[in-house]
Design a binder for this molecule. Structure first.
Ligand SMILES: C[S@@+](CC[C@H](N)C(=O)[O-])C[C@H]1O[C@@H](n2cnc3c(N)ncnc32)[C@H](O)[C@@H]1O
Length: 203
């Protein structure tokens, strides 16, 4: 399957569930607030932040309200339309991160609940792309779904139009970053032990 083929269903699926998703997880849940606060402590003042797969824009809004200059991107046009309404002061665009030019570099990347949709085959390319978008000594925040087996695997959700959900072991997730010489500043499980998050510094 080509990259273009993979991204289309993701955009379409999230277009379909944008309202439901943002009401349930975006605007309703506030799950990311403690992590967003930690993220801010690692960033310089008025940091330039890229929010990849920003969804309805709730995290972008929090970062904008706390002094960051945020660019939120998402492949789903419905998500971006909701985000623009929710956070009118933030700059949003319908875009696939893989197509983003690396001429603009960021002090921080916020990539929350997106990496699970990137297949094991594509994840190296994805992380390399993120690396090109980051300045030296900048901060990457990234989450993953935790594998319930002793290995990494991919499955398709029964709901959400069969979206791809990749599961990683904590060891693999950490390795993906340390292999690229990122320094892990903080690792935690979240959402019980279903998810995990990493704050890492780019070399
Ligand atoms: C589970 S939602 C997470 C939304 C938000 N970050 C949050 O935590 O609530 C995943 C989002 O990532 C977007 N997405 C997936 N792959 C992407 C890509 N390659 N570039 C930009 N957005 C992407 C989807 O359209 C979707 O809105």
């Amino acid at each position: 399957m080509t990259k273009a083929n993979m991204q289309k269903p993701i955009a379409k699926s999230y277009d379909k569930i944008a309202k439901e998703y943002t009401n349930q997880h975006g605007y309703g849940e506030q799950l990311s607030i403690p992590s967003l606060k930690t993220f801010l402590t690692f960033l310089p003042i008025q940091a330039k932040v890229l929010d990849i797969g920003c969804g309805g824009g709730q995290d972008s809004k929090f970062l904008t309200d706390n002094g960051c200059s945020v660019f939120g991107i998402d492949v789903s046009k419905k998500m971006i339309s909701l985000a623009k309404k929710f956070a009118p002061k933030t700059n949003f665009k319908i875009a696939n991160v893989m197509k983003l030019s690396a001429t603009n570099k960021y002090d921080g990347i916020w990539c929350c609940r997106v990496f699970q949709h990137i297949s094991i085959n594509e994840q190296d390319k994805f992380l390399n792309k993120l690396s090109t978008l980051l300045k030296k000594d900048s901060i990457l925040y990234i989450t993953s779904v935790v594998s319930d087996k002793n290995e990494d695997y991919e499955a398709f959700d029964s709901g959400n139009d069969g979206l791809l959900k990749k599961r990683l072991t904590a060891k693999s997730f950490k390795n993906l970053l340390t292999q690229r010489n990122f320094k892990i500043l903080k690792f935690s499980y979240w959402v019980g032990k279903k998810g995990m998050e990493i704050f890492a510094k780019k070399p």
